[in-house]
Design a protein around this ligand. Structure first.
Ligand SMILES: NC(=O)c1ccc[n+]([C@@H]2O[C@H](COP(=O)([O-])OP(=O)(O)OC[C@H]3O[C@@H](n4cnc5c(N)ncnc54)[C@H](OP(=O)(O)O)[C@@H]3O)[C@@H](O)[C@H]2O)c1
Length: 211
């Protein structure tokens, strides 16, 4: 059975994704930084392993054939962590996946990373980090799905999104993103795929059904 390593498993999207993946019968391994978080997952019957993107974490990949990267240094840390986690942590995860022969890598990126200079000044370094991580993935030997959500909210998921950025709204719920990850894993694209994501009207299954 396919085993999916989830990096950033205890984050807002990560927790929702792990719960949904478990309910959907997918076999996952949650990578977390502290023992309390490991216990949280194990109490739900989800395998969990300790690993830090700023240290050694290659052991977490053992036996996994798909990887979800939804880690991030967050807005309350400095640019140093953006470099170490969002950029270098992502690149190291991609390299490790290549070495291990991982079959599919799902990256949670961000909307409009391809135009970092159009972002508000305080966000530009973050956008550059995400863009370079995406480019590294795209140029790797891995089959990949890059999800680029807009501003994340904690609204309940609607199960419906849009993949075109024209129109009203620049947000998407974390729950909708978590559902998109599940569908992307169920329907790995035949080649590399980049999907912009906002809350919308299209059922999530329909977006990913074609692979
Ligand atoms: N916020 C937005 O509006 C927005 C928009 C588009 C895309 N995104 C992207 O969406 C993704 C997930 O968002 P979210 O709201 O779920 O984020 P989140 O709640 O901040 O979760 C991020 C997770 O990354 C983990 N992490 C941080 N540093 C780590 C390290 N050194 N090693 C291992 N794990 C580490 C954190 O671990 P701890 O639990 O131990 O802190 C946390 O569980 C991020 O990649 C973010 O860049 C965000």
């Amino acid at each position: 059975m396919s085993k999916i390593l989830t990096i950033g498993a205890h984050g807002g999207i990560g927790r929702l994704f792990c719960q949904k993946a478990e309910e959907a019968g997918l076999s996952i391994r949650a990578m977390v930084r502290i023992e309390e978080q490991q216990a949280h997952f194990e109490a739900q019957g989800i395998e969990a392993v300790l690993g830090d993107l700023e240290a050694e974490f290659s052991h977490a990949f053992e036996g996994c054939d798909q990887v979800v990267f939804t880690a991030g240094s967050g807005g309350s840390t400095g640019g140093d962590k953006t470099l170490l986690v969002d950029l270098y942590g992502a690149i190291r995860s991609i390299r490790e996946s290549e070495e291990r022969g991982v079959g599919h890598f799902v990256m949670v990126s961000a909307l409009r990373v391809e135009k970092p200079l159009e972002a508000p000044p305080a966000m530009r370094h973050y956008m550059v980090a995400k863009l370079l991580a995406d480019q590294h993935l795209f140029e790797s030997t891995l089959r990949s799905t890059i999800l680029r959500p807009g501003r994340l909210t904690n609204q309940a998921g609607s199960g419906r999104v849009r993949t075109k950025t024209e129109g009203q709204g620049s947000e998407i719920s974390r729950e909708n993103v978590a559902d998109c990850i599940v569908e992307a894993l169920r329907h790995p694209s035949a080649s590399n795929r980049v999907v912009d994501l906002l809350d919308g009207d299209v059922p999530i299954e329909k977006v990913f059904a074609g692979g």
